[in-house]
Design a protein around this ligand. Structure first.
Ligand code: GAL
Length: 342
């Protein structure tokens, strides 16, 4: 082989390797893969601290709101009947993303207030399971969360309002929805613009669905007690093909238990329990995790179920488990998958 030919071949080889390298690099940058049960970092390399959270889609971006846990976990010894592991509440954190994988920290949009005379937002109190809706009529973002005393005896819902998805949210105070105690909670906005608050009530015996006022900041007196005495919490609601689905956990504190879901034709209608949708290893323990939200991908018939795998003795290091939801006709199936491609 002449020297020129050899050189040409060598040049071609180098070109091919470069192309392959740049393609792999581009692919890596474009890969949107969710890897469950790892400590997730935001785009600045900081730990994502957004537990018991929910996601709002607004103008092409996803906003993830969650509990911002304090660094250290301690046990509240004065609570004797169950293991009350606590981390100080730092408030409600917000992260934003276009692809659900690369998250930018937008700040603590409803911070706890150490010197607050209002007890609700003191770091010693409970600020859990925040969820946010956008209200088209008022142009405001409305946040609801579970507000409680450190021993979880108070059982209230708190409301805060903002002009932007990234806050700041102005706290409006706490109350009992329709006069009932409230613990784990979520929000759901229906396709007709009406919004609902769903919470565990009667000391976690029953779930309560409350229709919200037009501005989403209060209840209307229209409500329904559902799955009465079923002892469900960690509710997550979504709608598909005209049917409403409610995913929930049992009530065992930070410890995992068996998930269940229910289906209804209307939010204030009759909810029928369907059993455990989880499949795969540890399905009976919800993959050692607890539901918090079900996200419908914008404009698609695709849903992702969000869970927290609580690390009760180190709450800030609890991990996130996000799994695809699939349907066999109307039957809901959530299968364990360490890695999920989007
Ligand atoms: C769970 C609840 C969590 C947290 C925990 C405290 O039942 O789902 O959000 O409140 O109890 O032990």
């Amino acid at each position: 082989m002449g020297n020129n030919r050899k050189l040409r071949l060598l040049g071609l080889g180098v070109f091919a390797v470069c192309m392959l390298w740049s393609c792999t690099k581009r692919q890596a940058a474009m890969t949107t893969e969710i890897v469950s049960d790892e400590l997730w970092k935001d785009v600045d390399g900081q730990l994502i601290n957004a537990h018991g959270g929910g996601i709002l889609h607004y103008k092409g971006r996803y906003y993830w709101y969650g509990e911002c846990k304090g660094d250290s976990t301690y046990r509240l010894e004065r609570v004797k009947s169950w293991e009350c592991w606590r981390a100080d509440a730092k408030g409600v954190s917000c992260y934003s993303s276009a692809d659900l994988v690369h998250w930018k920290f937008e700040g603590i949009v409803l911070p706890s207030v150490p010197q607050d005379s209002l007890p609700d937002l003191h770091p010693s109190q409970i600020m859990e399971r925040p969820k946010v809706l956008y209200n088209e009529k008022t142009g405001k973002f409305v946040l609801w969360l579970h507000i409680d005393s450190p021993d979880y005896e108070k059982g209230m819902a708190g409301v805060a309002v903002a002009d932007k998805p990234t806050g700041p949210f102005v706290y409006r105070g706490s109350f009992k929805p329709n006069g009932f105690d409230c613990r784990d909670q979520t929000l759901f906005k229906d396709t007709d613009g009406r919004a609902y608050h769903i919470c565990a009530t009667d000391w976690n015996e029953t779930l309560l669905v409350s229709l919200l006022t037009d501005d989403y900041t209060g209840t209307t007196g229209v409500y329904k007690r559902i799955l009465v005495h079923e002892k469900r919490e960690a509710p997550a609601v979504f709608k598909r093909k005209g049917k409403y689905y409610l995913l929930s956990s049992g009530c065992t504190g930070w410890d995992p238990n068996e998930a269940s879901y229910a289906v209804a034709d209307s939010l204030l209608g009759t909810w029928v329990a369907q059993g455990n949708p989880c499949s795969g290893p540890n399905a009976k323990k919800t993959f050692y995790a607890q539901s918090t939200f079900v996200l419908q991908l914008e404009g698609e018939d695709r849903y992702i179920a969000l869970f927290d795998r609580w690390n009760k003795k180190n709450l800030i290091h609890s991990t996130y488990i996000w799994l695809p939801v699939s349907f066999e006709k109307e039957k809901l199936v959530i299968t364990w998958k360490k890695r999920m491609m989007l």
